[in-house]
Ligand binder design. Structure first.
Ligand SMILES: Nc1ncnc2c1ncn2[C@@H]1O[C@H](COP(=O)(O)OP(=O)(O)OP(=O)(O)O)[C@@H](O)[C@H]1O
Length: 306
């Protein structure tokens, strides 16, 4: 069987500038893929092309081996970044409209609408006007709209970015649940969100795919030894750190936001013993010493050149 989605050489050019600059990837059925990248990386443009709402400038999208056509729209659910609602409608009316638009008959639409509203925890608010809904409720209504016709692939554009912590938590729990039964691609600029819900990560930067893999494979690939050090504010300690960074066993060093120094090393055991011995000999007031491996956050920062 062909993969659920095959994307090859996809480009979108606006006014001579490539927003999506030749991306290719396959997605298997049942996976949850996070499209992770900073603002302007091209996530929204990619999702809009995948949703069939925007024509690529170049490239190909195959759904189960076939070019996307008229029937494709019924197979996918799409939640835009800032969904527009008719505030005068009730939640129920809106979902009924969405289900009719997806081609469902009246009876089926009513049944599906009620079920999806309940699943999103909106059954009690179903007959209230959308204008009175909270941000979290509106986002869950948007998700209900994307899900009502039981799509095979769900495309969600930054579904949690605009939510407060409670709304975010509710949404993440729903997404985890939905991800067990539907193939999902969701975009985010927050690595933690991607890690919480998805199996696969596509890191995008400047319209290109910087990294693509399962969480486990990406962690393994970037499994580089690092030592993190922080010293008290003292001249002697500062000078020692400066010279340490020039030593041959340090491959790279970086100052972290909290004042710690992250050192990439080739051999953790020997680096650790040298650093600890020198720190002891010079009575360096160490506040933090940690030996470990790069976090996925670091992988992300590296991939997007941060
Ligand atoms: N309709 C358009 N016309 C012109 N340029 C556009 C259009 N849509 C997107 N762009 C440009 O394409 C680039 C990628 O935008 P896109 O919205 O896809 O990124 P994103 O990763 O979703 O970022 P964000 O998180 O800020 O939404 C940006 O530089 C943006 O200005």
């Amino acid at each position: 069987m062909p993969p659920l989605l095959q994307v090859s050489g996809l480009y979108k050019v606006f006014h001579g500038q490539s927003s999506v600059d030749g991306i290719s990837f396959d997605m298997e059925q049942g996976r949850c893929v996070a499209l992770l990248g900073p603002n302007g990386a091209g996530k929204t443009t990619t999702l809009r092309m995948l949703a069939g709402l925007m024509n690529p400038s170049r490239g190909r999208i195959l759904f189960e081996g076939n070019p996307i056509g008229d029937n494709y729209r019924r197979q996918i659910g799409y939640l835009p970044q800032a969904p527009a609602f008719y505030n005068w409608m009730t939640g129920e009316e809106y979902i009924l409209l969405a289900s009719r638009l997806s081609g469902m008959g009246g009876k089926a639409a009513a049944g599906h609408a009620a079920a999806v509203l309940e699943r999103m925890g909106l059954q009690d608010a179903a007959r209230r006007r959308i204008g009175g809904y909270s941000g979290g409720m509106k986002q869950r209504l948007g998700l209900a709209q994307a899900l009502v016709h039981s799509p095979r692939l769900l495309l969600l554009d930054e579904p949690v970015s605009a939510l407060d912590p409670i709304g975010r938590r509710e949404m993440m729990e729903l997404l985890r649940d939905i991800g067990k039964e539907t193939s999902v691609i969701f975009s985010t600029h927050v690595l933690h969100d991607a890690e919480e819900v998805c199996d696969d990560i596509i890191m995008m930067n400047k319209g290109r795919i910087a990294e693509h893999g399962t969480l486990t494979s990406l962690r393994a690939k970037y499994n580089r030894p690092v030592i993190i050090l922080r010293v008290e504010e003292a001249e002697e300690a500062r000078l020692w750190l400066e010279t340490l960074q020039t030593r041959s066993f340090i491959l790279e060093s970086r100052l972290e936001a909290d004042g710690s120094l992250l050192l990439k090393v080739d051999d953790i055991a020997s680096a650790r013993s040298v650093i600890l011995r020198e720190a002891a000999e010079r009575a360096i007031p160490l506040l933090r010493f940690e030996a470990g491996t790069l976090s996925l956050e670091d992988v992300f920062m590296e991939a997007v050149g941060g």
